[in-house]
Design a binder for this molecule. Structure first.
Ligand SMILES: Nc1ncnc2c1ncn2[C@@H]1O[C@H](COP(=O)(O)OP(=O)(O)O)[C@@H](O)[C@H]1O
Ligand SMILES: [Mg+2]
Length: 274
């Protein structure tokens, strides 16, 4: 579990994060959504310690990361896997060597153990046959999967993905989302994904934090979104006429199912409180 308590971040006199609090749970895909420039990447960099927060606290499993010394932070960082935007693979290394890289940097065990672990991870993302290929020889979706294999090779407790679907077609995106979600549940990882991909939001949004101009504007699940009255969220998610109509149809559908009435009432109450 990762907890953010009132974190802020400024560049000069430009306030980027204006006091954000949220809880990212383990075994869940936690999404940070919002339009470009809303502060998602800055927030992720602050959480993993690539940037320092101005104020506020970040806790990893109740341990205050922001107050840790260099050595303690390093230990936490070794439990973090990252999937970078554009996969960031080493072009001169094979798929296998790319996945081996973190093990060579931080792993212990024999070369045989390491090779076995690489093979396991490649098998898990269905890339066993591409082990000897170079990044230039494989498709965009395969590159993402190599990036995922590399991110999980050290058995991370926390996984961060910044825009994992950028540059992918919708179907490949869904496969990548599915893979990330499966791994999250399988290994009980606390996963945090930055995205503005609506397919991801609707398919794997157990827990969504919607950022608007450096603040948490809304929080809930993909099911809550359909009933939310938050205007900014609605403008962002249901941007087109087509999606607005789809939303209304979904609401009608859900009304037929009694279980959803409770959900709606609970959401309306939450919205009223704001
Ligand atoms: N290193 C930096 N120095 C100054 N401003 C930055 C820096 N990084 C990001 N910003 C600014 O912070 C804001 C939020 O950026 P970012 O977190 O990248 O947005 P998002 O990921 O939501 O698209 C933007 O206005 C951006 O220009
Ligand atoms: Mg970004």
């Amino acid at each position: 579990m990762i907890e953010l308590r009132d974190i802020t971040k400024s560049f000069g006199d430009k306030e980027i994060l204006k006091g954000v609090s949220a809880v990212m749970e383990s075994g869940k895909v936690n999404l940070i959504i919002g339009s470009s420039g809303s502060g998602k990447t800055v927030m992720m960099k602050c959480i993993v310690g690539l940037m320092e927060v101005g104020s506020g606290k970040i806790l990893y499993d109740k341990q205050d990361f922001t107050a840790m010394d260099h050595h303690a932070k390093k230990i936490v960082r070794q439990k973090i896997g990252m999937l970078f935007q554009g996969s960031a693979l080493f072009d001169s290394m094979t798929v296998e060597q790319n996945v081996m890289f973190p093990l060579e940097m931080f792993g212990d065990g024999t070369l045989r153990d390491k090779k076995k672990r690489v093979a396991e991870c490649l098998e898990r993302v269905q890339l066993k046959d591409a082990a000897k290929k170079f990044p230039a020889e494989i498709s965009g979706g395969m590159k993402k999967r190599v990036g995922i294999a590399r991110a999980i090779v050290l058995n991370p407790k926390y996984l961060f993905c910044d825009e994992p679907n950028s540059g992918l077609d919708p179907q490949t995106s869904l496969l990548i989302d599915k893979l990330i979600k499966e791994l999250t549940v399988e290994y009980d990882i606390t996963t945090v994904i930055n995205t503005h991909d609506m397919n991801t939001v609707m398919e794997s949004g157990d827990h969504i934090v919607y950022m608007y101009q450096g603040q948490k504007q809304w929080e809930g699940s993909n099911k809550d979104i359909v009933f939310s009255k938050d205007q900014k969220l609605n403008d962002f998610i249901f941007a087109s006429e087509f999606l607005r109509e789809a939303k209304e149809m979904r609401q009608l559908d859900m009304f037929k199912d009694n279980a959803w009435k409770e959900q709606l009432q609970a959401q309306l109450k939450r919205d009223e409180k704001k």
